[in-house]
Design a protein around this ligand. Structure first.
Ligand code: DPP
Ligand code: ZN
Length: 874
């Protein structure tokens, strides 16, 4: 496969002002009639170059130029390109193609999912529908007529407003949609199906009534309310926080079962993976409710950050994704608990994005090259990209940041632009120089901050030295220091916040500062201190970096109970637990566990005056995946074992406190997804999980009762998970069976049922995983099912996946090869755990590498998997 370089970007030779589409949908295929109004791009120096349109898996039926059919010598159909050698300066091109959505298993372009037609065009799916300049800097006004059988497909949707509808005879009908906003073709969408409609309205800040509609399969009619509420909250929030008003008369959301991604922000017609939009108390967990709210918000926010202002090319993907993730995380923080939201985001970042940044697929937030763009919908583009925007917000402050975003939207409305344009708008609005800051977009790798300190008691000066370095990544060495906002505070021995008085300061200095690191080494001196303070470093995780500082356990314990920054309080607890677990890896079975850990956890569990949402998070031990990420040469089974040992030790020591905690958090009134209730449910389910790890009979009874009697999925699934992960084998089988019996008709719940088993080292050993693949509810054509079994096994069930005989690795390689022919995007995603092979102890890494080689040697490998595997082995 070919590598595409940012440095080779050229403006398009031709622009397409309008696109007129007519879809004739049939059971054995779809005929697509497309008429493009094309003209030479005045900004291109390509002159009278041939017209080149992209295509993929299309059967070309005819081509006409200005109404005159072209004969075969006048154009060339190369499969991936349609080339018309000589064209005038301005013309109309009509193309008819034939496609087979019913056989489209890649789920790119137009395909069928449980009887309905739907599309996915980002990044390069539109070329699977018709020949077109499939690049985001070609923006056109679309008019789309959809024709289909009326009884099978009563609902026919596309972008914009519906302007005409009618019957065609022979039981067929049509609807025509017109989108007044020019857009790149990746935002095109079409849906046809037998769907129920849920309606609502939203009145915008300028008083316009927007028609809100959700379209779902009839069995899902009762699972729309949460998404609809989330949508209205998002619309209001974007008006209030960013001054962004919705621009069309209609906003539609459609749920489909088979979807490669989470959701897609098509103009006016967002299409969602069912699992990211449908929810009810009985079938969705708190985590799902929150994820749905965040994703609905994310896609809605794209209407401005992505659609009105879009990307010039796919190297700029983080322009829309980083900014939009930042926006949705601000939204979630505002509607929920800001500290908990920050903890969740940082957990993902540090566990998974740092791993990506330290592995063979490491790439900058603005990559310089790619083979397959689908492989670049990554944690680096999304989450690190959001952190980069967050740092700009921190450096500028909220008011200047808002001025910057206003300027960005105003200046670039209707344009396809670059991350550099975004940064420039921020600079121009604020007057700040962000030239060094731009390195965050260009350099890959997670910066490391080595922090050391000393206290000069004679002069009352506390001296903090911070040295930054950025590790080499594939193709990038010798990096320059980056501009890093570093928030900190200092605590006195009674836990009080001390003033941070730099030499230049007057008397009243603040108790928290954001230091700006720009050089390789900085020394900061804080004056007027009577004692050596305890530093609270990188508060709120103010930059996506690793901090190395020789914390003592006393300091960690101190910060865990005193740091006024909730995030750092949690972080201190995590660091302590990591330290204790690490000290036990490979240690003799009878080596002792620091009693202070138990005392600290006891305090968390029993002091109900603490912020319970924070406590619920502080009780979660660092995941095995995070511990692996921190390790130099990870021995996964030993890490898993050490972590289990600590968990069991805590559970035994705190047994009575756990039962009391469970009971204390039982009552709560009507179910609601509020931070308080989420915390209560999380606490009682953690208590259950721990009690079942030590075969506690009372815990077992509580779990069974909760499993049977809960009125919500968070509790039912919590009890199920606790029992599945216990030694009570009979219980495990019985509850799994009962659960399936009850929910077998609901795909979203069955997916959870699959992943509870696949992620469990008790229920998810290889023979059981193979049995799940044979289960009648499993479906190789459905990405969610694949993710919930194969993905959960390889990503979460580390004990089984990393079995020393390599069987887990080979199993994954087999599934990747199997899937590569039908759905390469998902296949490439599944490879991820193997790409980290260099991170593991030699015995494991050799086996992981040979599993990768087996995939590499498969014949006819897709470009998606080829890129990931070859880069991993390089
Ligand atoms: N642009 C989508 C999203 O992140 C992914 N296709 O919302
Ligand atoms: Zn997005």
């Amino acid at each position: 496969p070919q590598t595409i370089y940012l440095s080779e970007y050229r403006v398009p030779a031709y622009l397409v002002d309008t696109v007129d589409l007519r879809f004739e949908l049939f059971e054995d295929g779809t005929r697509v009639h497309s008429t493009l109004a094309v003209r030479r791009n005045p900004e291109s120096d390509a002159g009278a170059a041939p017209l080149e349109l992209d295509g993929d898996s299309l059967v070309l039926e005819s081509v006409a130029l200005d109404g005159k059919a072209l004969s075969e010598g006048e154009y060339e159909d190369r499969g991936d390109k349609l080339i018309v050698e000589s064209v005038p300066e301005q013309f109309e091109l009509s193309v008819v193609t034939w496609i087979e959505p019913q056989n489209n298993t890649r789920l790119e372009g137009l395909y069928k999912s449980s009887g309905m037609f739907c599309t996915q065009c980002e990044a390069e799916g539109f070329r699977c529908i018709t020949f077109f300049p499939d690049r985001p800097d070609v923006m056109s006004r679309f008019r789309t007529r959809v024709e289909a059988d009326k009884s099978a497909y009563p609902v026919l949707l596309s972008n914009g407003n519906d302007v005409e509808r009618g019957d065609l005879g022979e039981g067929r009908h049509f609807v025509t949609w017109e989108d007044p906003f020019p857009k790149p073709c990746y935002l095109f969408a079409l849906v046809a199906g037998d769907l129920v409609e849920k309606r609502d309205t939203f009145t915008t800040c300028s008083g316009r009534d927007i028609d809100l509609r959700m379209y779902v399969e009839p069995r899902n009619a009762e699972k729309c309310d949460h998404a609809m509420d989330s949508l209205k909250r998002s619309m209001r929030w974007d008006e209030e926080t960013y001054g962004r008003e919705y621009d069309l008369e209609i906003f539609m959301i459609v749920a489909v079962d088979d979807f490669n991604m989470g959701a897609m922000e098509n103009k006016g017609l967002n299409i969602f993976n069912s699992s990211c939009v449908l929810a009810s108390q009985e079938t969705a967990t708190d985590v799902a409710f929150q994820r749905i709210e965040a994703i609905v918000a994310h896609e809605y926010f794209h209407n401005w950050s992505g659609n009105r202002v879009t990307c010039r090319d796919w190297f700029q993907l983080s322009l829309k994704e980083g900014f939009t993730v930042f926006r949705d995380s601000q939204f979630s923080a505002d509607v929920g608990s800001p500290t908990v939201k920050r903890i969740e985001d940082v957990n993902v970042l540090r566990t998974a994005q740092f791993a990506e940044d330290g592995g063979p697929m490491a790439h900058p937030v603005r990559p310089a090259s790619y083979m397959e763009i689908s492989n670049f919908y990554t944690l680096t583009i999304y989450e690190k990209g959001a952190e980069v925007v967050r740092m700009i917000h921190t450096l500028l402050g909220p008011d200047m940041f808002r001025k910057g975003s206003d300027l960005y939207f105003q200046r670039h409305d209707g344009q396809a632009v670059t991350t550099d344009d975004f940064v420039r708008a921020m600079e121009d609005a604020s007057g700040r120089d962000l030239s060094q800051f731009r390195l965050w977009y260009e350099q890959a790798g997670t910066p490391v901050l080595d922090v050391s300190d000393e206290f000069d008691s004679g002069q009352g000066i506390y001296r903090l030295t911070i040295r930054q370095s950025i590790p080499d990544t594939p193709g990038q060495t010798g990096k320059k220091p980056q501009h890093i906002p570093f928030a900190l505070g200092l605590l006195g021995s009674r836990g009080e916040s001390l003033p941070l008085r730099l030499e230049s300061d007057s008397q009243d200095a603040p108790t928290e500062r954001v230091l700006e690191l720009t050089g390789e080494t900085h020394v900061f001196e804080f004056h007027g201190l009577n004692e050596c303070p305890v530093p609270s470093l990188l508060r709120q995780f103010s930059a996506p970096v690793r901090v190395r500082y020789p914390w003592t356990r006393e300091q960690m314990l101190f910060l865990m109970s005193h740091d006024p920054d909730g995030f750092n309080r949690w972080d201190a607890g995590q660091r302590l637990a990591v330290d204790v677990i690490q000290s036990l890896i490979g240690a003799p079975k009878d080596s002792s566990i620091d009693a202070r850990l138990v005392a600290a956890y006891r305090h968390l569990i029993s002091d109900s005056s603490l912020d319970q949402a924070l406590v619920a998070n502080m009780l979660q031990l660092p995941s095995a995946a995070y511990l692996i990420e921190l390790a130099e040469s990870a021995d996964a089974p030993a890490i898993h074992e050490a972590r289990e040992r600590v968990l069991k030790h805590l559970a035994i020591a705190l047994r009575d406190d756990l039962v009391a905690c469970y009971r204390r958090n039982l009552e709560e009134g009507d179910y609601a997804v509020t931070p308080e209730q989420i915390a209560r449910r999380s606490l009682r389910n953690t208590a259950l999980a721990w009690l079942l790890q030590i075969n506690d009979e009372e815990g077992r009874e509580l779990a069974q009762r909760q499993f049977r009697n809960s009125d919500n999925m968070t509790d039912r699934l919590g009890a199920l998970r606790a029992l599945v992960n216990s030694d009570y084998e009979e219980d495990r089988e019985r509850v799994l069976e009962e659960f399936y019996e009850r929910f077998q008709e609901d795909p979203q719940v069955v997916e959870q049922w699959f992943s509870v088993q696949a992620a469990s080292d008790r229920a998810g050993q290889l023979p059981q995983i193979r049995a799940l693949l044979e289960h009648r509810a499993f479906d190789w054509k459905n990405p969610n099912k694949i993710r919930s079994v194969v993905g959960a096994f390889a990503g979460q069930n580390l004990a089984a996946f990393h079995r020393p005989d390599g069987s887990g690795y080979n199993f994954l390689a087999d599934q990747v090869c199997r899937l590569d022919d039908s759905n390469p995007q998902i296949a490439a995603r599944l490879v991820t755990p193997l790409t980290r092979w260099k991170k593991f102890a030699p015995a494991h890494s050799e086996l992981m590498k040979s599993a990768l080689e087996r995939i590499r040697d498969k014949s006819g490998l897709s470009r998606d998997v080829y890129e990931v595997v070859h880069k991993s082995l390089a």
